[in-house]
Design a binder for this molecule. Structure first.
Ligand code: COA
Ligand code: AMP
Length: 625
């Protein structure tokens, strides 16, 4: 099959195309309507179909005789543990945990927060929710209590599932104190806390907390229930352009159809093969390609608890690939850059037989050509960049590896994936020709699997994505297309930054920094970083009369760690006399960013006082030293 032809088919008759893809799943009721719309007129896929994601990901494989196949490999170099779970074992565990959640009073449409490290129980918790129609919201374990509390108040979970500790390098991080603090900060109080006792560091479950193992043991397994295709499988919060994270809503039927399609057509995965996405279940990559995608396609998925460079060394990825016979791998370019930095000559790579590996996929941030070159030189398999977002849930740009071995073009994030009718627009909504930079927009309807709205905030959904260009989804990214249809992402056009593949909002950080008592005003920008892609940097103007200005930067760094989490990585705080602004008072963040990055910049004609440029140049020169 020809990849371009498949793409054209998907755009020419969307309903026929996705009806055919939906047939790859086992529905309780196959949809008669392929494309409908919700009460606001927003497109909805398969609205009258009935299915269950947990059934498709687990039970149906057992029913078809694959119960003995390994579904999950848990590899945790930080604890020295490895465990394998067959599809039958996953079914047992998940069905009993679902029974336990039912026993706690949870029912279809309720919400549950999962705040856990990378252990298989986080995945079982997701599947158990899906089994009984409970909408899960996984919160990345690196977020601080304040971030967790914002999510608790927005999605109002009946239960929080957590674990005794997470392990970050040499640090052991107890979760319960963070959960307790988050609940204390929240107006909403969850009814139950379920806790996986990892039996590490001697931490005992707190009083009143339900032990996960006891819950699983106490309840009889429950079957999967039939749910409407439009039923929200999960809400996943992501950073936007304001301090408040956005709750991306994912449906069930559209998502299952899209993930199934992506596993075969984009990743080229055959059932039974080992597929490893080295990410975290707290991010969209984890939802789609650690949990649901590989299991839907009856692959074996790897749950990796560790860091690519520290456990025990920068050969960890290669050890795992070789030991578990990984065929397809997915990670963020940052991880490869970190490995390359530690092992530039690829000496650790040589210690392992990597002949099992077929393809490496990269996403989450821009990948530099030097990293791609290093990868291919030392690992000897193609490294394929592809582009997507929490909102899309699955790739928007990429190559269809399961369809045709299309040429890989360095620095391109691929071509439009079937279902995505992509255009490059200028500010006025005119479509741009090849080689002109513009906004990446997607003609509605978006394909199945993409967001169906924002939790509790339909207005923000419209404002943030649908109102910029009528009839199109606004991605927030800039792009250039070449004459062959390959697309080159030029970066976010808003206040969102990507730190080590983690999406962060500079606006959210600014809110925190502004809370430091000595700070009069501030700007946070993402500056280039050779390892993490981008890192945030704060410029702060102090209030009059601050007696001890030297202590402010360290206090600001600490405040951001406390409020957002260490993962925000705000390490540089620069005290300045004033910030560059337009005459109407808008801070010129883009100018600050380009000046610090040492790139060519133009001083906007709207600047209120051009003299500030010289002041800033002097200060920025000092940072580089
Ligand atoms: N729980 C608690 N703390 C966490 C955490 C978690 N789950 N994840 C990260 N942190 C902390 C780290 O311990 C670190 O704290 P420190 O400043 O006290 O040392 C801080 O947050 C920053 O972490 P990170 O950005 O991960 O930097 P790092 O130097 O520890 O590791 C990489 C760098 C490149 C190895 C790592 O970021 C990585 O593997 N990135 C790949 C990202 C990825 O998979 N993204 C998903 C999209 S595909
Ligand atoms: P997230 O929602 O965390 O997946 O982050 C999505 C954002 O990451 C996108 O809007 C892009 O800015 C960026 N991104 C993802 N993949 C790529 C890629 N392959 N190249 C460049 N940027 C990317």
């Amino acid at each position: 099959m020809n990849a371009d032809q498949l793409y054209r088919d998907s755009i020419a008759d969307k309903e026929l195309f996705w009806q055919q893809q939906a047939r790859q799943l086992d529905w309780y009721t196959f949809p008669e309507t392929i494309l409908g719309s919700d009460e606001t007129g927003y497109p909805q896929w398969f609205p009258d179909g009935m299915l269950n994601m947990c059934y498709l990901a687990v039970d149906r494989h057992v029913a078809k005789g694959y119960g003995a196949q390994v579904a999950v490999i848990y590899d945790s170099p930080v604890t020295g543990q490895q465990q394998k779970y067959t599809y039958a074992q996953v079914q047992q565990e998940v069905a009993k945990l679902a029974g336990g959640l039912r026993g706690l009073g949870l029912t279809e449409g309720d919400t549950a927060i999962i705040y856990m490290p990378m252990i298989p129980q986080s995945m079982f918790a997701m599947l158990a929710c899906a089994r009984i129609g409970v909408i899960h919201s996984v919160v990345f374990g690196g977020f601080a209590p304040h971030e967790l509390s914002v999510r608790i108040d927005d999605c109002k979970p009946k239960v929080i599932l957590t674990a005794s500790v997470g392990i970050e390098g040499k640090k052991t991080i107890p979760y319960m104190p963070m959960v307790t603090e988050a609940i204390a900060l929240s107006a909403h109080k969850p009814e139950h806390i379920v806790h996986v006792d990892r039996k590490l560091a001697g931490i005992k479950p707190a009083k009143g907390v339900i032990d996960y193992a006891a819950l699983v043991a106490a309840f009889a397994p429950v079957p999967c229930i039939s749910l409407p295709s439009t039923h929200p499988l999960y809400v996943l919060y992501t950073s936007g352009t304001t301090g408040k994270p956005k709750g991306i809503i994912r449906d069930t039927g559209g998502y299952a159809t899209a993930l199934q399609f992506s596993m075969t057509h984009i990743y080229g995965a055959q059932p039974g093969e080992v597929f490893w996405a080295a990410s975290d279940v707290g991010w969209v990559v984890g939802h789609s390609y650690i949990v649901y995608g590989p299991l839907l396609n009856r692959n074996t998925t790897v749950v990796f608890e560790g860091k690519p460079i520290m456990t025990p060394d920068a050969g960890t990825f290669w050890r795992i690939i070789s030991e578990h016979q990984v065929k397809i791998m997915f990670t963020a370019p940052t991880a490869i850059r970190a490995i390359k930095k530690e092992d530039p000559e690829g000496l650790l790579v040589k210690q392992y037989d990597l002949s099992c590996l077929r393809t490496q996929f990269l996403a989450g941030e821009r990948c530099d050509v030097a990293t791609l070159d290093w990868y291919e030189q030392h690992i000897g398999v193609p490294a394929i960049d592809h582009f997507w977002q929490t909102e899309s849930g699955w790739p928007v740009l990429g190559l269809q590896r399961g369809v045709e071995q299309e040429p890989i073009i360095r620095a391109a994030a691929g071509k439009p994936i079937p279902g995505y009718d992509i255009r490059v627009f200028n500010d006025n909504g005119y479509e741009l020709d090849a080689h002109h930079e513009g906004y990446l927009v997607i003609k509605l309807p978006l394909p199945p699997g993409t967001l169906t709205g924002l939790w509790n905030d339909p207005e923000r959904f419209k404002r943030g994505y649908l109102e910029q260009f009528t009839g199109y989804y606004f991605s927030g990214d800039g792009v250039i297309r070449n004459e062959d249809g390959y697309m080159f992402i030029t970066g976010r056009v808003d206040d969102v930054i990507n730190v080590a593949g983690h999406r962060m909002s500079t606006a959210e950080m600014e809110e925190v920094v502004a809370g430091q008592p000595e700070v009069a005003e501030c700007a946070v920008v993402g500056i280039e970083d050779t390892l993490k892609g981008q890192v945030p940097m704060a410029l702060v103007v102090l209030k009059q009369g601050v007696t001890d200005p030297e202590q402010v930067p360290a206090a600001v760094v600490q405040l951001v760690r406390e409020k957002i989490g260490a993962v925000a990585c705000l390490k540089e705080v620069l005290v300045v006399q004033r910030l560059p602004k337009t005459r109407s008072g808008k801070i010129l963040r883009k100018l600050i960013r380009t000046m610090i990055d040492g790139k060519a910049y133009q001083v906007p004609s709207t600047i209120d006082d051009p003299a500030i440029i010289e002041e800033l140049q002097e200060q920025f020169a000092l940072i580089k030293k």
